[in-house]
Ligand binder design. Structure first.
Ligand SMILES: [Zn+2]
Ligand SMILES: [Zn+2]
Ligand SMILES: [Zn+2]
Length: 314
């Protein structure tokens, strides 16, 4: 991107901002509250630059996994050779967005006896510890009704006086279905590949504007004056503003060493120029300053003279 383009883009942007800002935001000069200085209000037009770098990476990890085996064909271990994680073809659903995908590595599956129940598909019920019954909460286990109209005690209606009730989970059997094998007694073991695509984003606000912190510049839109996308980017060495070039080189260097276990698929960076109009005003002998910034024309007025919005119209 040439220097001429950058300058002309910035100038046209500031010209457009200058054209719009006073009409919308300048304080009207009221006769009663006429500012003493004839210079007030006056507006200074500047621009904040935001350099953004995105590095889109892919990471692959494997682990053993299992699931209930309900029958059906299984690829035999000796019928083919399991590929290495990076040999399995897979493309991200979209670039510069985070995604996670899990898939089974071919030729790694085998059928095994369930390691939790040992084969029967049922295991001791955890709710009643295998007893088949549990304590009756209505009579606190003593078998008597907690509320009686007469003085004579009555058996608890819920447990008929036994103080115990059938376990709600196993229905009194003391055994429950094994969730690991879903009652089949067998599991299918295989190697699971997890592919994680991550978009690492960093930015640098290259121009410091008084009272306007970096987050304010980041959260509004401006004009994109430079954008590049490559598998591996080179720093913006010939950018007219050397601060941008330095930020570009620094962030690219950081990204080159920050994700050692991830493969870089693509990179893109851009420079956007955010217009800022700083309005200096004098009202009731008080001098103040507010900023109008971004294409959204947001206003930042930390020392706004009145808090009641009905009395003072910007
Ligand atoms: Zn089991
Ligand atoms: Zn009871
Ligand atoms: Zn039970």
């Amino acid at each position: 991107m040439g220097q001429h383009y950058y300058r002309s883009a910035s100038n046209s942007l500031l010209a457009r901002t200058a054209d719009r800002t006073p009409k919308t935001f300048a304080i009207p000069v009221d006769q009663q509250h006429s500012p003493s200085s004839k210079r007030s209000p006056y507006i200074v037009f500047t621009a904040g630059g935001d350099y953004t770098l995105e590095t889109f990476t892919e990471k692959r990890t494997t682990c053993w996994a299992f699931e209930p085996y309900n029958g059906g064909p299984v690829e035999r271990l000796d019928s083919g050779e399991a590929p290495f994680p990076w040999d399995i073809p897979s493309l991200p659903p979209s670039y510069f967005k985070n995604h996670v995908m899990q898939l089974e590595v071919p030729y790694t599956a085998s059928i095994k006896l369930c390691h939790v129940c040992g084969g029967p598909g049922r295991k001791r019920c955890n709710t009643c510890s295998g007893k088949g019954y549990e304590y009756c909460y209505h009579c606190h286990g003593d078998g008597f009704s907690p509320v009686t109209l007469r003085s004579a005690t009555k058996d608890c209606l819920y447990c008929t006086g036994s103080g115990q009730r059938k376990c709600w989970k196993c229905g009194g059997e003391g055994m429950a279905l094994c969730k690991v094998c879903s009652g089949t007694g067998q599991i299918r073991c295989f190697i699971r590949l997890t592919i994680k695509w991550t978009n690492h984003m960093d930015d640098h606000v290259v121009e410091k504007i008084s009272n306007l912190d970096d987050d304010k510049i980041r959260n509004v839109s401006g004009e994109v004056v430079c954008q590049e996308e490559e598998t591996s980017l080179l720093p913006l060495t010939h950018f007219p503003d050397t601060t941008v070039s330095m930020a570009s080189a620094q962030l690219l260097q950081n990204h080159a060493s920050s994700f050692p276990e991830e493969k870089v698929l693509k990179q893109r960076h851009k420079v956007s120029i955010v217009p800022v109009a700083s309005v200096h005003y004098k009202w009731k002998n008080r001098e103040g300053l507010f900023h109008v910034y971004g294409f959204e024309q947001r206003v930042y007025a930390p020392d706004y003279p009145q808090t009641c919005c009905c009395c003072c119209i910007l």
